[in-house]
Ligand binder design. Structure first.
Ligand SMILES: Nc1ncnc2c1ncn2[C@@H]1O[C@H](COP(=O)(O)OP(=O)(O)OP(=O)(O)O)[C@@H](O)[C@H]1O
Ligand SMILES: [Mg+2]
Length: 432
């Protein structure tokens, strides 16, 4: 064994694989069988007065870290609210807007928050703390390789170097209880990929039995929708794109229509429209106007969105076919998937003139492989990291996975998500 191999081995040995992505609305992080999800937003600096006020005003009995989190920003020298906490902040800043990272310092706070919360979940389960990790990280498509380079060079300025090793120190505070905690994690590596690639990895592990199939990922998120063709295990850089049009566009339009209907007297916060969608409710009380059912508006908006998505997808399929490439599977993911899955599937069926059986086999509902379409990318990025570790250590990769719990910063809802666990598949061989 050469010296080089030994140092590489010791770098990867014992690293826990984790996955993460910063979405325009929510960031998702995954370790083992847990996904942590919180709003992609940091608030202004936490002054002692703000903090005191927060504690006094806070009547909530929800004292979990994920709902009351502040992260110490050592670059700017102050505490920052993260996620749910920012609702009490004057100026909330989103890490990303239209799918692009706005401010690296804020995004870094988000990354620290995600890793801190994953560590909390792990130790809560009596597992070893996350003292050494390998990370799969999803970045927006549009900016291409520059975004990855930019992220890496930023990361280097924030990590502590010790010979070959890099460390990240995270100082966190639970604002409800006043508890403070500092952890230090060795970052063995960060593997960066485009956001929809996580879904591809989850399909590779959970459906393809580690064989390579050409996959077209459609990720309908909050601020954007992403198209990501993966051909021969590589992202097609010419066709991959992120389009600034997502569920947010739809809820914004619904809220505007309600405003017009009330003769511009009543504005329904978009958040209220948004909250109704997962519950399949479309009726909303408009003061002075009675109950307004936005179902027809929603249906129209969805039809528009699906049409626009299908135009782009058909163009890509035409282009791929001219190059002699064929898509084996389509994966429709993201928070919007429950609303657009069926019509997009129908559109793809019409394009190929497939019968129902072929369509159902090729257009995949990812919940059938045990992952939620909204969190699948974070799970897949953990698998990407796991794969990387196995390759470096020259060991077979364990292809099994299953999300047992979803931890969110939402107060409402049960915050728990039981998913079928996976049986281990055969030994993996992956083209890297
Ligand atoms: N069950 C559901 N039905 C319909 N819409 C939903 C559902 N669950 C979440 N959403 C909507 O999906 C959006 C969030 O999706 P997702 O978490 O994939 O976005 P994101 O990753 O934050 O954004 P982006 O991918 O654009 O960066 C929100 O607008 C939310 O209202
Ligand atoms: Mg997303």
């Amino acid at each position: 064994m050469s010296k080089k191999t030994r140092t590489t081995n010791s770098l990867y040995e014992g690293a826990v694989p984790v996955g993460g992505e910063l979405g325009t609305s929510t960031s998702k992080f995954c370790v083992d069988d847990k996904v942590v999800m919180f709003s992609s937003v940091v608030g202004d600096a936490l002054t002692p007065i703000l903090e005191e006020n927060w504690r006094r005003m806070n009547r909530s009995r929800d004292r979990r870290w994920v709902r009351n989190l502040a992260i110490w920003d050592d670059k700017r020298g102050d505490w920052r609210y993260v996620g749910a906490m920012t609702r009490s902040s004057e100026t909330p800043n989103w890490f990303t807007e239209r799918g692009l990272v706005q401010n690296m310092d804020d995004a870094f706070v988000g990354l620290q928050a995600g890793l801190f919360l994953l560590n909390k979940e792990r130790t809560k389960d009596g597992k070893k703390p996350l003292d050494k990790i390998g990370m799969g990280f999803g970045i927006p498509v549009k900016a291409g390789e520059n975004a990855a380079d930019e992220f890496f060079s930023y990361l280097r300025t924030r990590l502590e170097k010790k010979g070959e090793q890099s460390f990240l120190t995270i100082k966190a505070k639970n604002v409800a209880t006043g508890e403070e905690e500092t952890i230090r994690i060795q970052l063995a590596f960060v593997a960066i990929q485009f956001q929809g690639y996580g879904a591809y990895m989850a399909m590779l592990f959970g459906k393809y039995g580690m064989k390579l199939y050409n996959t077209y990922v459609i990720d309908v998120g909050h601020g954007t929708w992403i198209k990501l063709p993966v051909i021969d295990n590589e992202v097609d850089m010419l066709l991959a794109d992120s389009i600034p049009y997502g569920m947010h566009t739809i809820t914004e339009n619904i809220s505007r229509v309600i405003f017009e209907k009330s003769r511009q007297r009543y504005r329904i916060p978009e958040q209220r429209v948004m909250e109704k969608l997962p519950r399949n409710e479309t009726r909303i009380e408009v003061p002075g106007e009675g109950v307004f059912d936005f179902r027809p508006v929603l249906d129209n908006e969805l039809r528009d969105m699906v049409d626009k998505i299908l135009v782009r997808v058909r163009q890509d399929l035409g282009e791929l076919s001219r190059r002699g490439k064929f898509i084996d599977y389509f994966a429709i993911v993201g928070g919007g998937a429950p609303l657009v899955f069926e019509p997009i599937k129908k559109g793809i069926q019409r394009y190929y003139d497939w019968n129902d059986e072929v369509t159902n086999a090729r257009v995949v509902d990812v919940s059938t492989i045990g992952v939620h379409p909204r969190t699948i990318n974070s799970v897949g990025f953990m698998l990407l990291a796991r794969d990387q570790i196995a390759i470096e250590l020259d060991r077979p990769v364990d292809p099994s996975f299953g999300v047992r719990e979803l931890v969110t910063d939402e107060l409402k809802g049960d915050g728990r998500d039981l998913r079928a666990s996976r049986q281990p598949l055969s030994k993996a061989v992956i083209k890297s």
